[in-house]
Design a protein around this ligand. Structure first.
Ligand SMILES: [Fe+2]
Ligand SMILES: [Fe+2]
Length: 322
Protein backbone atom coordinates (compact mmCIF):
# COMPACT_ATOMS: atom_id res chain seq x y z
CA UNK A 1 0.00 0.00 0.00
CA UNK A 2 1.51 3.34 -0.97
CA UNK A 3 0.93 6.76 0.56
CA UNK A 4 -1.99 7.47 -1.76
CA UNK A 5 -3.92 4.27 -1.21
CA UNK A 6 -5.50 5.17 2.11
CA UNK A 7 -9.18 5.98 2.32
CA UNK A 8 -12.29 4.94 0.43
CA UNK A 9 -11.96 3.83 -3.18
CA UNK A 10 -13.62 5.64 -6.08
CA UNK A 11 -14.31 9.30 -6.74
CA UNK A 12 -14.25 11.46 -3.64
CA UNK A 13 -16.01 14.60 -4.79
CA UNK A 14 -15.88 17.58 -2.48
CA UNK A 15 -19.60 17.73 -1.76
CA UNK A 16 -19.60 14.15 -0.45
CA UNK A 17 -16.61 14.34 1.93
CA UNK A 18 -17.24 13.58 5.59
CA UNK A 19 -15.40 14.94 8.61
CA UNK A 20 -12.97 12.36 9.94
CA UNK A 21 -12.43 10.45 6.71
CA UNK A 22 -9.12 9.96 4.95
CA UNK A 23 -9.25 10.75 1.26
CA UNK A 24 -6.91 10.36 -1.64
CA UNK A 25 -8.30 11.87 -4.81
CA UNK A 26 -7.83 14.44 -7.58
CA UNK A 27 -8.47 18.09 -6.90
CA UNK A 28 -7.60 21.28 -8.72
CA UNK A 29 -5.59 23.75 -6.68
CA UNK A 30 -7.36 27.04 -7.21
CA UNK A 31 -5.36 29.21 -4.86
CA UNK A 32 -2.07 28.93 -2.93
CA UNK A 33 -1.15 31.28 -0.10
CA UNK A 34 1.97 30.85 2.03
CA UNK A 35 1.33 31.96 5.60
CA UNK A 36 2.95 31.84 9.02
CA UNK A 37 1.64 30.24 12.20
CA UNK A 38 1.68 32.19 15.48
CA UNK A 39 5.02 30.46 16.18
CA UNK A 40 6.47 31.76 12.95
CA UNK A 41 6.41 28.45 11.07
CA UNK A 42 5.46 28.45 7.41
CA UNK A 43 2.33 26.68 6.19
CA UNK A 44 0.33 26.62 2.97
CA UNK A 45 -3.29 27.69 2.81
CA UNK A 46 -4.88 26.25 -0.35
CA UNK A 47 -8.28 26.33 -1.97
CA UNK A 48 -9.11 23.09 -3.80
CA UNK A 49 -12.00 22.61 -6.19
CA UNK A 50 -13.80 20.08 -8.32
CA UNK A 51 -17.09 20.19 -10.21
CA UNK A 52 -19.03 19.86 -6.94
CA UNK A 53 -17.50 22.69 -4.96
CA UNK A 54 -14.50 24.11 -3.14
CA UNK A 55 -12.54 22.95 -0.13
CA UNK A 56 -9.94 24.77 1.97
CA UNK A 57 -6.73 22.79 2.55
CA UNK A 58 -3.80 23.20 4.91
CA UNK A 59 -0.27 21.91 4.48
CA UNK A 60 1.81 21.92 7.64
CA UNK A 61 4.66 19.62 6.58
CA UNK A 62 7.22 19.78 3.76
CA UNK A 63 6.00 23.29 3.10
CA UNK A 64 8.97 24.39 0.98
CA UNK A 65 8.92 21.28 -1.16
CA UNK A 66 5.19 21.52 -1.86
CA UNK A 67 5.31 25.26 -2.39
CA UNK A 68 7.85 24.73 -5.18
CA UNK A 69 5.83 21.91 -6.72
CA UNK A 70 2.38 23.50 -6.63
CA UNK A 71 1.02 25.70 -9.40
CA UNK A 72 -2.40 27.29 -9.05
CA UNK A 73 -4.75 25.94 -11.70
CA UNK A 74 -3.21 22.45 -11.87
CA UNK A 75 -4.76 19.21 -10.69
CA UNK A 76 -2.97 17.05 -8.11
CA UNK A 77 -3.62 13.78 -6.38
CA UNK A 78 -4.07 14.87 -2.79
CA UNK A 79 -4.21 12.74 0.32
CA UNK A 80 -5.25 13.84 3.75
CA UNK A 81 -7.81 13.89 6.48
CA UNK A 82 -11.09 15.84 6.41
CA UNK A 83 -11.41 17.91 9.57
CA UNK A 84 -13.81 20.48 10.90
CA UNK A 85 -12.41 23.98 11.23
CA UNK A 86 -14.67 26.72 12.54
CA UNK A 87 -17.74 24.82 11.45
CA UNK A 88 -16.46 24.16 7.93
CA UNK A 89 -14.78 21.17 6.37
CA UNK A 90 -11.18 21.38 5.31
CA UNK A 91 -8.48 18.88 4.44
CA UNK A 92 -5.20 18.56 6.27
CA UNK A 93 -2.92 17.38 3.51
CA UNK A 94 -0.45 14.59 4.27
CA UNK A 95 0.83 13.98 0.73
CA UNK A 96 0.29 15.26 -2.75
CA UNK A 97 1.72 14.65 -6.18
CA UNK A 98 1.24 15.79 -9.77
CA UNK A 99 -1.17 13.68 -11.78
CA UNK A 100 0.41 10.99 -13.92
CA UNK A 101 -0.75 9.87 -17.35
CA UNK A 102 -3.13 6.98 -16.99
CA UNK A 103 -3.97 7.75 -13.35
CA UNK A 104 -7.01 5.55 -12.73
CA UNK A 105 -10.11 7.59 -12.00
CA UNK A 106 -8.76 10.90 -13.28
CA UNK A 107 -11.29 12.64 -15.56
CA UNK A 108 -10.60 16.19 -16.84
CA UNK A 109 -14.36 16.93 -16.89
CA UNK A 110 -14.47 16.54 -13.10
CA UNK A 111 -13.07 20.06 -12.75
CA UNK A 112 -15.60 21.93 -14.86
CA UNK A 113 -17.51 23.73 -12.16
CA UNK A 114 -21.20 24.16 -12.76
CA UNK A 115 -23.71 26.28 -10.82
CA UNK A 116 -25.54 24.42 -8.02
CA UNK A 117 -28.90 25.27 -9.66
CA UNK A 118 -30.42 25.43 -13.14
CA UNK A 119 -28.60 28.55 -14.34
CA UNK A 120 -30.24 28.49 -17.77
CA UNK A 121 -33.67 28.74 -16.14
CA UNK A 122 -32.57 31.42 -13.67
CA UNK A 123 -31.00 33.48 -16.44
CA UNK A 124 -34.20 33.26 -18.49
CA UNK A 125 -36.27 34.22 -15.43
CA UNK A 126 -33.99 37.17 -14.70
CA UNK A 127 -34.45 38.69 -18.13
CA UNK A 128 -38.15 37.95 -18.36
CA UNK A 129 -38.56 39.69 -15.01
CA UNK A 130 -36.73 42.70 -16.46
CA UNK A 131 -38.80 42.64 -19.66
CA UNK A 132 -42.03 42.52 -17.64
CA UNK A 133 -41.09 45.44 -15.40
CA UNK A 134 -39.21 47.88 -17.62
CA UNK A 135 -41.19 50.30 -19.74
CA UNK A 136 -38.60 53.03 -20.39
CA UNK A 137 -37.34 52.30 -23.94
CA UNK A 138 -33.73 53.22 -23.08
CA UNK A 139 -33.71 50.87 -20.10
CA UNK A 140 -35.39 48.09 -22.10
CA UNK A 141 -32.68 48.40 -24.75
CA UNK A 142 -29.96 48.42 -22.08
CA UNK A 143 -31.34 45.25 -20.51
CA UNK A 144 -31.44 43.52 -23.93
CA UNK A 145 -27.87 44.56 -24.68
CA UNK A 146 -26.76 43.30 -21.29
CA UNK A 147 -28.38 39.95 -21.99
CA UNK A 148 -26.68 39.63 -25.38
CA UNK A 149 -23.22 40.66 -24.20
CA UNK A 150 -23.08 39.23 -20.70
CA UNK A 151 -25.73 36.47 -20.57
CA UNK A 152 -23.34 33.54 -21.12
CA UNK A 153 -20.61 34.97 -18.84
CA UNK A 154 -23.20 35.83 -16.22
CA UNK A 155 -24.37 32.21 -15.95
CA UNK A 156 -20.95 30.97 -14.84
CA UNK A 157 -19.57 33.98 -12.95
CA UNK A 158 -18.72 33.86 -9.27
CA UNK A 159 -20.36 36.47 -7.04
CA UNK A 160 -17.06 36.98 -5.20
CA UNK A 161 -13.69 35.35 -4.66
CA UNK A 162 -14.53 34.70 -1.02
CA UNK A 163 -17.09 35.58 1.68
CA UNK A 164 -20.41 35.42 -0.21
CA UNK A 165 -21.76 33.82 -3.43
CA UNK A 166 -18.24 32.51 -4.12
CA UNK A 167 -19.27 29.80 -6.58
CA UNK A 168 -20.14 29.42 -10.26
CA UNK A 169 -23.47 31.13 -10.88
CA UNK A 170 -23.15 33.13 -7.66
CA UNK A 171 -23.28 36.48 -9.43
CA UNK A 172 -26.46 35.52 -11.27
CA UNK A 173 -28.08 34.24 -8.08
CA UNK A 174 -27.12 37.40 -6.16
CA UNK A 175 -28.32 39.73 -8.93
CA UNK A 176 -31.58 37.83 -9.42
CA UNK A 177 -32.17 38.03 -5.69
CA UNK A 178 -31.67 41.81 -5.70
CA UNK A 179 -34.11 42.22 -8.61
CA UNK A 180 -36.79 40.25 -6.74
CA UNK A 181 -36.28 42.32 -3.60
CA UNK A 182 -36.41 45.57 -5.59
CA UNK A 183 -39.80 44.51 -6.99
CA UNK A 184 -41.04 43.68 -3.50
CA UNK A 185 -39.78 46.78 -1.69
CA UNK A 186 -39.57 49.70 -4.15
CA UNK A 187 -43.39 50.06 -4.50
CA UNK A 188 -43.77 50.11 -0.71
CA UNK A 189 -41.65 53.28 -0.51
CA UNK A 190 -42.78 54.71 -3.84
CA UNK A 191 -39.26 54.42 -5.28
CA UNK A 192 -38.21 54.33 -8.93
CA UNK A 193 -38.43 50.61 -9.63
CA UNK A 194 -36.97 50.79 -13.13
CA UNK A 195 -33.93 52.77 -12.05
CA UNK A 196 -33.35 50.26 -9.25
CA UNK A 197 -33.70 47.23 -11.54
CA UNK A 198 -31.05 48.54 -13.91
CA UNK A 199 -28.79 49.59 -11.03
CA UNK A 200 -29.06 46.10 -9.54
CA UNK A 201 -28.40 44.46 -12.90
CA UNK A 202 -25.17 46.40 -13.47
CA UNK A 203 -23.93 46.92 -9.91
CA UNK A 204 -21.56 43.92 -9.74
CA UNK A 205 -21.08 43.06 -13.43
CA UNK A 206 -17.51 44.35 -13.07
CA UNK A 207 -16.81 41.23 -11.04
CA UNK A 208 -16.68 39.27 -14.31
CA UNK A 209 -13.45 41.16 -15.05
CA UNK A 210 -12.24 41.66 -11.47
CA UNK A 211 -10.92 38.12 -11.00
CA UNK A 212 -10.46 34.85 -12.83
CA UNK A 213 -11.71 31.56 -11.45
CA UNK A 214 -10.30 29.21 -14.10
CA UNK A 215 -7.89 27.59 -14.05
CA UNK A 216 -6.83 29.45 -10.91
CA UNK A 217 -8.54 31.95 -8.66
CA UNK A 218 -6.72 35.23 -9.03
CA UNK A 219 -7.33 38.93 -9.16
CA UNK A 220 -6.84 40.42 -12.63
CA UNK A 221 -4.77 43.51 -13.36
CA UNK A 222 -7.94 45.59 -13.82
CA UNK A 223 -9.53 44.02 -10.75
CA UNK A 224 -6.59 44.88 -8.53
CA UNK A 225 -6.02 48.37 -9.90
CA UNK A 226 -9.61 49.47 -10.49
CA UNK A 227 -11.98 47.24 -8.49
CA UNK A 228 -15.40 46.05 -9.59
CA UNK A 229 -17.31 49.27 -8.93
CA UNK A 230 -15.23 51.19 -11.45
CA UNK A 231 -15.31 48.27 -13.92
CA UNK A 232 -19.11 48.02 -13.57
CA UNK A 233 -19.33 51.75 -14.19
CA UNK A 234 -17.20 51.47 -17.33
CA UNK A 235 -19.29 48.57 -18.65
CA UNK A 236 -22.45 50.57 -18.07
CA UNK A 237 -21.05 53.68 -19.79
CA UNK A 238 -19.81 51.76 -22.82
CA UNK A 239 -23.18 50.10 -23.23
CA UNK A 240 -25.33 53.18 -22.74
CA UNK A 241 -23.13 55.13 -25.18
CA UNK A 242 -24.34 52.76 -27.90
CA UNK A 243 -27.90 53.95 -27.29
CA UNK A 244 -28.61 57.25 -28.97
CA UNK A 245 -30.31 59.93 -26.89
CA UNK A 246 -29.84 58.13 -23.60
CA UNK A 247 -30.98 60.78 -21.08
CA UNK A 248 -27.98 62.18 -19.25
CA UNK A 249 -29.73 62.63 -15.90
CA UNK A 250 -30.94 59.03 -15.96
CA UNK A 251 -27.43 57.88 -16.82
CA UNK A 252 -25.94 59.81 -13.86
CA UNK A 253 -28.52 58.34 -11.47
CA UNK A 254 -27.68 54.81 -12.61
CA UNK A 255 -23.97 55.57 -12.28
CA UNK A 256 -24.63 56.80 -8.75
CA UNK A 257 -26.31 53.50 -7.86
CA UNK A 258 -23.29 51.60 -9.15
CA UNK A 259 -20.60 53.65 -7.43
CA UNK A 260 -22.38 54.01 -4.08
CA UNK A 261 -23.54 50.42 -3.61
CA UNK A 262 -20.85 49.59 -1.03
CA UNK A 263 -22.38 52.29 1.12
CA UNK A 264 -19.26 53.88 2.56
CA UNK A 265 -16.03 55.29 1.23
CA UNK A 266 -13.98 52.96 3.42
CA UNK A 267 -15.64 49.99 1.71
CA UNK A 268 -14.65 51.19 -1.75
CA UNK A 269 -17.53 53.44 -2.73
CA UNK A 270 -16.23 56.77 -4.05
CA UNK A 271 -19.58 58.31 -3.11
CA UNK A 272 -22.06 57.35 -0.38
CA UNK A 273 -25.74 56.79 -1.33
CA UNK A 274 -27.42 60.14 -1.86
CA UNK A 275 -30.78 59.04 -3.23
CA UNK A 276 -33.40 56.77 -1.68
CA UNK A 277 -32.87 54.33 -4.54
CA UNK A 278 -29.11 54.21 -3.98
CA UNK A 279 -29.61 53.73 -0.26
CA UNK A 280 -32.03 50.87 -0.83
CA UNK A 281 -29.75 49.16 -3.35
CA UNK A 282 -26.87 49.35 -0.89
CA UNK A 283 -28.95 47.81 1.91
CA UNK A 284 -30.36 45.08 -0.32
CA UNK A 285 -26.84 44.24 -1.51
CA UNK A 286 -25.67 43.99 2.08
CA UNK A 287 -28.71 41.96 3.14
CA UNK A 288 -28.31 39.44 0.33
CA UNK A 289 -24.58 38.98 0.91
CA UNK A 290 -25.02 38.59 4.69
CA UNK A 291 -27.83 36.07 4.40
CA UNK A 292 -25.76 34.09 1.92
CA UNK A 293 -22.95 33.94 4.48
CA UNK A 294 -25.46 32.48 6.96
CA UNK A 295 -26.56 29.90 4.38
CA UNK A 296 -22.98 28.88 3.58
CA UNK A 297 -22.16 28.58 7.27
CA UNK A 298 -25.25 26.46 7.90
CA UNK A 299 -24.40 24.13 5.01
CA UNK A 300 -21.11 22.84 6.40
CA UNK A 301 -20.45 22.39 10.03
CA UNK A 302 -20.78 19.67 12.54
CA UNK A 303 -24.34 18.75 13.40
CA UNK A 304 -23.52 18.21 17.07
CA UNK A 305 -22.39 21.80 17.59
CA UNK A 306 -24.95 24.40 18.63
CA UNK A 307 -23.00 27.46 17.51
CA UNK A 308 -20.53 28.09 14.70
CA UNK A 309 -17.06 29.46 15.34
CA UNK A 310 -16.69 33.23 15.18
CA UNK A 311 -17.50 34.46 11.69
CA UNK A 312 -15.47 37.50 10.73
CA UNK A 313 -17.88 38.84 8.11
CA UNK A 314 -20.91 38.56 10.40
CA UNK A 315 -19.02 39.63 13.51
CA UNK A 316 -20.52 36.82 15.59
CA UNK A 317 -21.01 33.08 16.04
CA UNK A 318 -24.25 31.87 14.55
CA UNK A 319 -26.78 29.32 15.75
CA UNK A 320 -26.36 26.07 13.80
CA UNK A 321 -29.44 24.36 15.23
CA UNK A 322 -31.81 24.46 12.26
FE1 LIG B 1 -20.21 45.08 -5.11
FE1 LIG C 1 -23.48 42.94 -4.90
Amino acid sequence: MNLFDKGKAGPRFIDSLQTGENVSWFYRVQEIVKKKTKNGDDFLDLTLMDKTGRLPAKIWNNVEEYHKLLRAGDVYKISGEIRDYRGKKQITVSHLRAIASGDPGFAPGDFDESPPFDSEALLAETFSLLRDNLSDPHLCRLSEMFKEEYGPVFRQAYGAQKIHHAFAGGLLQHTHSLLKMVLAIAPHYGLDKELLLIGALFHDIGKTAEFNTQPALETTLAGGLLGHLVISLTIFLEMKNKISDFPEALSIRIQHLIVSHHGEKEFGSPEVPKTKEAYLLHLLDLLDSRLNIFSEQLKGGEAQKLFSEYNQALGTRILLDR
